[in-house]
Design a protein around this ligand. Structure first.
Ligand code: GLC
Length: 437
């Protein structure tokens, strides 16, 4: 009897224990479940973007940090690529050709838009910005981001070729800033003879995209042209082109430019200029804050002006610049657009421009009081930018530029005569435009 009672009691205790364990288990489970989101925070969306190494520095110092602080759920993975824009373009191109691009944001040079858009690599951004919003940007920068009437790229910074000169040395020697190619050669020779400088004039002569950008300016100054985008006429075998090449060759022959100039890209020329060895430099506005830095021997000694031209022709300033698009294969187009909106906003641009000395893409910033007090030459830059010459905005630009770079480099380094080099360049370009056109 007592045995039966005992078993009954044990059974009830067991039952109770089961219940309690059940309740305890349920409570523990809900505690665990409730605490999971706290223990494993939500993974931020990572947007990858590739840019040239020198460009990456000002991005890292400012706008990326500000954007991430304002958008805790988004991180920017900035990948630093090679310095030359065409090498960066090759990286983007091979990534797109191989399949899904690893880049969400596509940081595009002003000349890539038509190629990237026609290949179908970019999202159409036409309905993201109103006409009024677009009028805040320089029209040529916006145009560069359009293809067949649709918008694929929003300008994040503009760029324009300028002529830097040593205002201190020119003043001491009693020279005005040069207006013509002949002035440039004359002043250079004189300053060299007086041993004020080792070199007169520095330009980008390596076989790369910068050679084409520099050349359109000299070409314009001699009244020539490369490709007319309206009728696809090619001007490379015209006498003006040969005069432009003759000028560049003269600078080397007369030792106004160093013999190595045909291997230089922007940074090579900036370093020589900034060390005080040359009177003139053709480059982009990014040089200004570097050459005027506290530790620069050129601080306060330089000025800019539009490139020189022959009398009667207008000076050429090549339009450069960078803008952002979204890769069609990006898994985060919403976040990518948020980033573009921020990076191209007036507030972000002001900080970015103040830090980097780049050319703004928003017109109002050229005369912004804060910017002008740091960079008094910006209103002048706007005038130069408004006159800027475009490299031909055609979908086959990369191939056309490659042809020009190859033959121009052959002419400058005496591997071909300028005449035969330009005849070959012109006929290859015509074939290219006919085949694709
Ligand atoms: C600058 C310009 C770009 C140009 C390049 C050439 O980065 O912004 O448009 O293609 O220089 O080297």
């Amino acid at each position: 009897m007592s045995k039966i009672k005992k078993t009954k009691q044990q059974h009830t205790i067991l039952q109770k224990l089961k219940w309690r364990t059940g309740i305890l288990f349920a409570v523990l489970l809900s505690i665990i479940l409730l605490s999971i989101p706290k223990a494993i925070p939500q993974q931020p969306v990572v947007l990858s973007m590739l840019m040239t190494a020198p460009d990456a520095q000002p991005w890292k110092q400012g706008i990326i940090k500000d954007f991430e602080a304002k958008n805790p759920g988004i991180r920017i993975n900035l990948i630093e690529g090679p310095n030359a824009t065409n090498l960066l373009e090759d990286l983007y191109t091979s990534a797109f050709i191989l399949g899904d691009s690893p880049y969400d944001l596509v940081n595009m040079d002003v000349i890539w838009g038509p190629k990237f858009a026609s290949a179908g690599w970019l999202l159409d951004l036409s309905d993201r910005l109103t006409k009024e919003e677009l009028t805040a940007f320089s029209p040529k920068d916006v145009e560069a981001g359009r293809y067949e009437g649709k918008l694929y790229r929003v300008p994040v910074r503009s760029d324009v070729g300028v002529l830097y000169y040593r205002k201190d040395l020119l003043k001491q020697a009693g020279f005005e800033a040069p207006e013509t190619f002949a002035d440039l050669l004359k002043i250079s020779k004189s300053l060299k003879e007086q041993r004020k400088v080792n070199w007169g004039y520095l330009w980008q002569g390596r076989q790369y995209e910068g050679l084409a950008a520099m050349f359109v300016e000299v070409l314009q100054g001699f009244g020539g042209f490369w490709v007319n985008p309206d009728n696809l006429e090619v001007g490379l075998d015209k006498p003006e082109t040969l005069k432009a090449i003759a000028f560049l060759k003269d600078t080397i022959q007369e030792k106004i430019s160093p013999p190595g100039v045909t291997t230089y890209i922007e940074e090579d020329t900036r370093r020589i200029f900034q060390s005080g060895q040359a009177a003139f430099l053709r480059s982009w506005p990014y040089v200004w804050p570097l050459a005027n830095a506290e530790d620069s021997p050129l601080k306060g000694k330089i000025a800019i002006k539009p490139m020189v031209a022959t009398p009667g022709n207008s000076a050429g300033a090549c339009l450069g610049g960078w803008g952002l698009g979204i890769s069609k294969s990006s898994k985060h187009p919403k976040e990518a657009w948020k980033a573009i909106q921020y990076f191209t906003s007036e507030e972000a641009q002001r900080q970015f421009i103040l830090k980097s000395g780049y050319v703004p893409s928003r017109r109002s910033l050229f005369t912004d009081p804060q910017i002008v007090s740091k960079y008094p030459h910006y209103p002048q830059l706007l005038e130069i930018a408004d006159q800027a010459v475009l490299r031909p905005p055609i979908a086959q630009y990369a191939q056309a530029s490659d042809i020009l770079q190859r033959y121009l480099s052959a002419a400058l380094t005496n591997r071909m005569t300028p005449e035969s080099a330009m005849q070959a360049a012109a006929s290859e370009t015509r074939l290219l435009l006919k085949a694709k056109g």
